[in-house]
Every structure is written in structure tokens, then in C-alpha cells.
Design a protein around this ligand. Structure first.
Ligand SMILES: *[C@@H]1O[C@H](CO)[C@@H](O)[C@H](O)[C@H]1NC(C)=O
Ligand SMILES: *[C@@H]1O[C@H](CO)[C@@H](O)[C@H](O)[C@H]1NC(C)=O
Ligand SMILES: *[C@@H]1O[C@H](CO)[C@@H](O)[C@H](O)[C@H]1NC(C)=O
Length: 281
């Protein structure tokens, strides 16, 4: 997965501290599970968490593995392994790769030399080792889920659907403040509100001094994201591949059109072929 300076900034604090428990209807444990499962549909085609997945998909990031596509060529796989060491006391099946993993994480190398057997260790532990699964959960949260929810808190988002949308967007675009990143898209959305925007969602945001209904905000955000997927602003992101992923925005627009704002048991979204599918927690 892609990492930004913004995400890394949250790492140190986030790995130890659990996100603030919020039992309000829009922001509960079930809503988080649903957010994670929905993004899994877009990324992997199903709602399962693929802890044991490991493969070199030749995308310039070395081995890709686990529930968030952690890569040896970006810093996140190394973060998972270090978190696992903390839980095992330091000596485990990954120890022999530490030097190489650290080197590739720091240099952003896609090399897999020195990593013979890495994927079999990852798959074996991913199938059944509870500590290794916990390590993956912790790094997914500290690097991807929590940063997106911190931005949601800054906005005052209350509804499950908008908080989950920020997680999905951050997963694909990165959470950074570059023009295509989550914080960048939020900024563009914020700037578009020049007057109050009414609605009946039960949540009103204060944006640039205006009262903006949360659903009006989310509707605009989904348009901003669609526009960015069609016309990425940074050259690095302009391969054209993003155009093929509009289904993930349409899926949220569908859930929004059905007024599924707060999630407590299940939610109906669209799968990657545009068919309605019910996701339960
Ligand atoms: C998009 O481009 C920005 C700026 O070059 C970069 O920081 C970011 O990681 C890119 N996002 C993705 C998902 O490739
Ligand atoms: C969007 O606007 C809100 C309210 O003014 C602000 O708190 C938040 O930081 C803004 N977010 C970004 C990423 O600019
Ligand atoms: C959704 O939950 C939020 C936060 O608890 C609440 O303010 C809002 O009234 C709820 N909206 C609906 C439509 O249930």
C-alpha cells in the first residue's frame, strides 16, 4: 500500500493507543467492521480478511501481503513484522528477514532478494497465528483506519456512511494532503461551500462558518472524488487505472440514495459489477 508522510506522522501515537470508543449510533464497532468489509469488496472482491495472502504482483513494491496489501517495498510490511516482534518478544519466524526488510522499507526497493521463504512464513502465520493477525489489525488501524477517522473527527462527521467513505477513500488515494489525497479532497470539498446547505440527516457540520448538512457534504465529497478518479491532479497517479474504479464511489452513492446513514447491523451497497449486496457485521 502507498504511504505518505501524513500517515507516518500518526504511526507512533496510533500503534499503542486504541481509537476513542464512541458508542454513538453513527460510530460504533459494527460500523467499523462494515467499513472494512466494504472496502475489501472493492479491493479483493469479497468481504473476507486475507491475513495469509502473499504474492509478488510485480507492481514495483516487492511482496504484497495480508489484509491491507502490506508491501516489502513500502514501509508497511516492515511495520507489521516489528509489531509482531513486540507481541512475540522478538524471536520468531520473521527474525531472519529483519535486516533485509528494514533496508527495503527505508530505500523503497522492490527487490525480493534475501527474502526466500518470506511468503510461506507470512501465509503460515496468517492462517492461524493470533498474534500475527493482531499485528496486521494494529498496523491497518494505525496507518490507514485511524488517520481517516482523525480527519472525520476534524470535520465533525457523525454518520457511519461518511466516516466509512473517508476510510475507503484514504485506502485508495492515500490520506495525504496532496491534491489527490484524502485530506486534499476534503479541502476541495470544504472550499465548495459558500453558503448554508440544508438537509435532514440529523447532523450539521460547521464548514467555513456555514451550516452544512452532513449528507450534503458527503454528496459533494463523492463528486469531488469521482472527478479526481477521472482526472488525477498529480502526474504520478495519472496512469488511467483509477478510471476503472468508479464502481467504489457509485456503491457509496447507492447506499446514500437509500438513506442508509447510520449502520448498526448491515448495509446494502453495490458490488464491483454494480449488483446490490448486503454486508453484515
Ligand atoms: C498520488 O500522487 C501523490 C503526489 O505525487 C503521491 O504522494 C501519492 O502517493 C499518489 N497516490 C497514489 C495512490 O499513488
Ligand atoms: C474542513 O473544514 C472543517 C471545518 O472548517 C475543518 O475543521 C477541517 O480541518 C477541514 N478539513 C480539511 C482537510 O481542510
Ligand atoms: C445518526 O447518528 C448520529 C450520531 O449519533 C445522530 O446524530 C443522527 O441523528 C443519526 N441519524 C439518523 C438518521 O439516524
Amino acid at each position: 500500500m502507498k504511504i505518505t508522510a501524513f500517515t507516518l506522522g500518526f504511526l507512533a501515537a496510533a500503534a499503542s493507543a486504541a481509537p476513542a470508543a464512541d458508542t454513538a449510533s453513527g460510530n460504533n464497532a459494527c460500523a467499523k467492521t462494515l467499513a472494512l468489509k466494504i472496502t475489501n469488496i472493492y479491493e479483493n472482491g469479497d468481504t473476507n480478511f486475507h491475513y495469509d495472502y502473499c504474492e509478488n504482483i510485480k507492481d514495483g513494491r516487492g511482496f504484497t501481503s495480508g489484509i491491507s496489501g502490506f508491501c516489502t517495498g513500502t514501509a508497511d510490511a516492515w511495520e507489521v513484522v516489528q509489531q509482531y516482534h513486540k507481541l512475540t518478544g522478538g524471536k520468531d519466524s520473521f527474525s531472519k528477514y529483519d535486516g533485509v526488510l528494514k533496508k527495503y522499507a527505508q530505500s523503497g526497493s522492490d527487490s525480493t532478494s534475501g527474502l526466500d521463504g518470506y511468503c510461506s512464513v507470512w501465509s503460515k502465520l496468517g492462517k492461524s497465528d493470533a498474534k500475527f493477525r493482531n499485528a496486521q489489525d494494529a498496523i491497518r488501524d494505525s496507518m490507514y483506519y485511524n488517520p481517516s477517522q482523525k480527519l472525520a473527527d476534524q470535520l465533525g462527521l457523525k454518520l457511519s456512511i461518511s466516516r466509512a467513505q473517508l476510510y475507503d477513500c484514504g485506502t485508495q488515494h492515500g490520506t495525504g494532503s496532496d491534491a489527490d489525497g484524502l485530506a486534499g479532497l476534503i479541502k476541495t470539498t470544504n472550499a465548495s461551500f459558500k453558503a448554508d446547505a440544508k438537509g435532514s440527516s440529523g447532523s450539521t457540520l460547521k464548514i467555513n462558518g456555514h451550516n452544512v448538512d452532513e449528507v450534503a457534504w458527503l454528496t459533494k465529497f463523492l463528486q469531488v472524488r469521482t472527478n479526481d478518479l477521472l482526472h488525477p491532479k498529480e502526474k504520478e497517479n495519472a496512469s488511467g487505472a483509477w478510471k476503472e474504479t468508479l464502481y467504489r464511489v457509485k456503491s457509496y452513492q447507492y447506499a446514500l440514495s437509500k438513506k442508509q446513514y447510520n449502520w448498526t447491523k448491515s448495509v446494502q451497497v453495490l458490488d464491483n459489477d454494480g449488483k446490490p449486496v448486503t454486508v453484515s457485521c
